[in-house]
Design a protein around this ligand. Structure first.
Ligand code: PLP
Length: 477
């Protein structure tokens, strides 16, 4: 303290203190009276112990992957290795300024270049951009590429076909890019039928957006034929790659005729992403589309890495800078740790875990598409509904047993849907305790449905009116 005082005494008078002229205004002119505090400010005076305990207790009320399984279908909530966090937090990565000259950030550029290279290999596609900052943002980027391609070729294409098993972001992205979304029904097996695609693809169709494996957790086995139908009309095939964790290292989408594939770096390649962020997108494109990619593209000129802005047909920039770099670091670490064989093992394990749970549960819950699934599967709560127990009740009863609920009421094509994705990182014991809990809930739905209807009772707060809570926030500290 003494030393600090001396320093500040010495500096007194030497450091010019900027004078800022702020015109005096009555606070009431600036903030409406009703928002002004009426009572005295209350600032708690607490010891360190009290503060630490307060926040540790709060953090333990939260549910997260470090506590248990997070079977949120479609969202791919896998365990995220802690080393990736450590790497992303290294000041040499985290403290880089986006305006740093290229020669001072060669390591970061190398990481982005090599990550792009690995993703090109996994996807079997030619060009990569890492700029989009989420899956949905990647979809928009992809749709802008589709538009740029057709404009360049002088094609007059207005429509984009979107199957009924698609994520809600797909039609939104295509609309934002100026296309008209056209729905397409999946066949009785839960996948697209060749004849239906053939009928739907007319001269106005510029693209088909398919999720593969789709949101029912089923592989679109006719994908190559679908690509051929589209290509004959100079239309493009977009693959929503949010489910890539079921097939990476095994199927290269580019080899199935896909023209654009988006990656959800945060899902497939592990970044904690509960609560809406942070995300990392990125897309891979076939030869036809590389000239339209957003700028800058990272290149290696034989001596150094550089940002190339010289892409005459580029759609331009789609992020202020270069994307969510921290998420790229985590994806890179994850991929380098696993290697080619590890990536393949992840996909196989994700598929085995999902099939294991599906087999354990199908006796107790309706399984509308009873066939081998990929990394996730969708049950229906229709049987339980007959006893007055809705899927929402089942989800709430799971909270009571200390689990995070699966995705509910999505995809829309399954009544009372429960969409379960265990991911590859759950040990067998965890899959079993989760299955046991769901089986117990199914039994209770028959014997004592009112208990399930009133769940949860063991959580810090009981059943909430979620719609009201979202509209009338009651934020407290
Ligand atoms: C998560 C997801 C998206 C959207 O990705 P975000 O990163 O959440 O924007 C799109 N499609 C599917 C199938 C998804 O699961």
């Amino acid at each position: 303290m003494k030393l600090l005082n001396e320093i500040s005494k010495k500096q007194k008078g030497k450091i010019p203190i900027a004078k800022i002229d702020i015109p005096e205004r009555d606070i009431k002119d600036l903030i409406p009276e009703k928002y002004l505090r009426q009572d005295e400010t209350f600032l708690p005076e607490l010891s360190e112990v009290e503060v630490v305990r307060h926040f540790v207790n709060l953090s333990s009320l939260n549910y997260h992957l470090d506590k248990g399984i997070y079977p949120l279908g479609s969202c791919t909530m896998k365990y995220n290795p802690k080393i990736s966090e450590d790497m992303a937090r290294m000041p040499s990565f985290s403290a880089i300024h986006p305006f740093s000259p290229e020669e001072t950030v060669q390591g970061a550029l190398k990481l982005m270049y090599e990550l792009s290279d690995i993703l090109a290999d996994i996807s079997g596609l030619k060009g990569i951009t890492l700029q989009p900052t989420a899956g949905a943002h990647s979809e928009l980027t992809g749709m802008l590429l589709v538009r740029a391609y057709h404009n360049f070729k002088g094609n007059n294409k207005k429509k984009v076909i979107i199957p009924d098993s698609a994520h809600g972001t797909n039609p939104a992205s295509c609309t934002l890019a100026g296309f008209e979304p056209v729905g397409l029904k999946s066949g009785p097996n839960g996948i697209l039928e060749i004849e239906d695609v053939e009928k739907a693809v007319d001269d106005d169709v510029g693209c088909l957006m398919v999720t593969n494996p789709n949101t029912l957790g089923l592989f679109e086995t006719h994908i190559k034929e679908i690509a051929e139908i589209l290509h004959k009309k100079d239309a493009l095939l977009y693959m929503d790659g949010a489910n890539l964790n079921a097939i990476m290292g095994i199927v290269k989408p580019g080899e199935t005729g896909v023209d654009i594939l988006h990656f959800n770096l945060h899902k497939t390649f592990s970044t904690p992403h509960g609560g809406g962020g942070p995300g990392g997108g990125g897309i891979g494109v076939s030869e036809k589309l590389v000239d339209f990619l957003p700028v800058p593209v990272i290149r290696w000129d034989g001596e150094r890495y550089l940002f190339d802005y010289n892409l005459p047909h580029s759609i331009g920039k789609i992020s202020t800078f270069f994307g969510n770099f921290g998420v790229m670091v985590k994806a890179y670490v994850y991929l380098r740790m696993l290697g080619e064989q590890g990536i393949k093992r992840v996909s196989k394990q994700a598929v085995i875990s999902a099939n294991y749970l599906k087999e354990r549960l199908k006796e107790y819950y309706l399984l509308p598409y009873d066939k081998p699934c990929m990394h996730e599967f969708v049950l229906s709560g229709d049987r339980q509904k007959k006893n007055g127990v809705k899927t929402l009740d089942i989800a709430k009863a799971l909270l009571d047993k200390g689990f995070h609920a699966p995705t509910v009421y999505f995809p829309l094509i399954v009544h009372e849907a429960l969409m379960i994705e265990p991911t590859e990182t759950e040990p067998l014991s965890s899959l079993d305790t989760f299955a046991d809990a769901l089986i117990e809930i199914a039994k209770k739905s028959k014997d004592a449905p009112e208990e399930i209807n009133s769940a949860p009772i063991n959580t810090p707060v009981g059943r909430l009116d979620e719609a009201k809570a979202a509209r009338e926030l009651n934020v407290r500290w």
